[in-house]
Ligand binder design. Structure first.
Ligand code: MLT
Length: 404
């Protein structure tokens, strides 16, 4: 009789956004014709920009011609994309990252879930609380945690780093030293940003203790505040302690197209072993490369037209963020985020739990958000709204919330 991976049994319920989708679909079925405004999952609504569309069309035409047809992509990614990323995202910012340290993938969600595979099963992980659920859940599946503690609302064996108003939603350095530290800035879900000085403290801490930081920078395109780093490699010494995850989903609307990349510097060595070599081995074995067409679309993101069009698109979403932030503030809510990130984090009114507020908002305003407790125990009493809706729906959602 086969034995299954019992670690899956430790996971409570279904994945956060699947739970929300089920609830919203059930509500819609029982209230047909009602207009529900979805500001829950951080999925984009604006179409791909013309520069990307044109690159997609050309790449499709190449695939239709025997002379330019491409089969399997190089499993670490095409040089044309890795080179432009190294140049524009890193070297232009003074980071010492080269093209051969960049691994193209089908998105940051897969990479953030898979990266834990290269670490020992007994490694101790530290995560922010609240946190993007993928980091914890994938470590649970891998058997790197204890059981779920329903009273505490989290897993035994994980170092949770509270992110609260008091620390501006940026965690303090943990006393108990973790092996792997997950950080995400600008942050999902709180929308907080980290200054370069504070991030440098994390880099120094990791280098001092031999820990590895997994730095999720999926939302870096939303940074507008000077002094907020776009990459962890802007910090001195990060090449010897950090892996960075990046996405094309939020900066270029690729949630449905799928493209991302991970940077594993060659200088990142633990126990005499190159993590770059391990990730290359893992990638080569389990991944056949992101599609050529999509990688060409990714390249177009860095063209001058692509940059211009995407900066307007980011501006569009950040205008929504302003509408949410100001609308909620005017309505008397305690809010944060929404300045360097497309997420707004609000305190639920009158001590409501996060899920009570979810139901209240759905039933009374027909607006969907994400309950803070779905991101961790310290998210209880909070709620997340995303700026990725259309402008018209965002304005309408805020009118409805203010009318409550
Ligand atoms: C979110 O809503 O937190 C994001 O859409 C999740 C993701 O990018 O996978």
């Amino acid at each position: 009789m086969v034995s299954v991976n019992k670690n899956y049994q430790k996971l409570p319920g279904s994945y956060l956004f699947s739970t929300i989708a089920k609830k919203v679909n059930a509500y819609q079925e029982s209230h047909p014709g009602e207009k529900i405004i979805r500001l829950g999952i951080g999925d984009v609504t604006q179409p791909l920009v013309p520069a990307v569309i044109s690159a997609l069309h050309s790449a499709v035409d190449e695939m239709a011609d025997a002379a330019s047809f491409r089969g399997y992509a190089p499993d670490l990614g095409y040089a044309f994309l890795r080179e432009v990323i190294a140049r524009e995202d890193y070297q232009a910012r003074g980071c010492r990252i080269n093209a051969d340290e960049i691994f193209i993938s089908d998105g940051a969600k897969s990479d953030s879930g898979n990266i834990q595979e290269i670490f020992d099963r007994n490694s101790r992980i530290a995560v922010c609380d609240p946190v993007y659920p993928v980091y914890v859940d994938t470590n649970v599946m891998a058997g790197r945690t204890g059981s779920y503690n329903a009273d505490r609302g989290n897993f035994d064996g994980v170092i949770y780093m509270p992110c609260r108003k008091e620390n501006e939603f940026v965690p303090d350095l943990p006393e108990e030293v973790p092996d792997i530290i997950y950080l995400c800035f600008p942050n999902n879900p709180t929308g907080s940003a980290v200054s370069k000085d504070r991030l440098q403290e994390w880099v120094d801490y990791a280098n001092r203790n031999g820990s590895v930081i997994i730095y999720d920078a999926a939302y870096e395109a939303y940074i507008s505040t000077p002094g907020v780093p776009h990459s962890i490699y802007e910090c001195e010494g990060a090449e010897t302690c950090a892996i960075e995850l990046r996405s094309f989903s939020k900066n270029a609307g690729f949630t449905g197209l799928r493209l991302g990349f991970t940077v594993v510097p060659k200088a990142l060595i633990r126990e005499g072993i190159s993590l770059h070599g391990m990730w290359a081995r893992r990638h080569g074995t389990k991944f056949n490369g992101a599609p050529y067409i999509v990688q060409r679309a990714g390249e177009a993101v860095y063209s001058s037209e692509g940059r211009q069009q995407l900066s307007e698109q980011v501006g569009y979403y950040m205008r929504n963020a302003g509408v949410i932030l100001n609308g909620l503030r005017d309505a008397g809510y305690e809010v944060s985020g929404g300045v360097d990130a497309p997420y707004i984090w609000l305190r639920t009114p009158q001590g409501m739990t996060s899920w009570d507020f979810f139901d209240y908002l759905l039933n009374r305003a027909k607006v969907v958000g994400t309950p803070g407790s779905g991101f961790g125990a310290f998210g209880e009493g909070y709620f997340r709204l995303t700026a990725f809706g259309t402008y018209e729906n965002t304005v309408e959602a805020l009118e409805r919330i203010r009318a409550l």
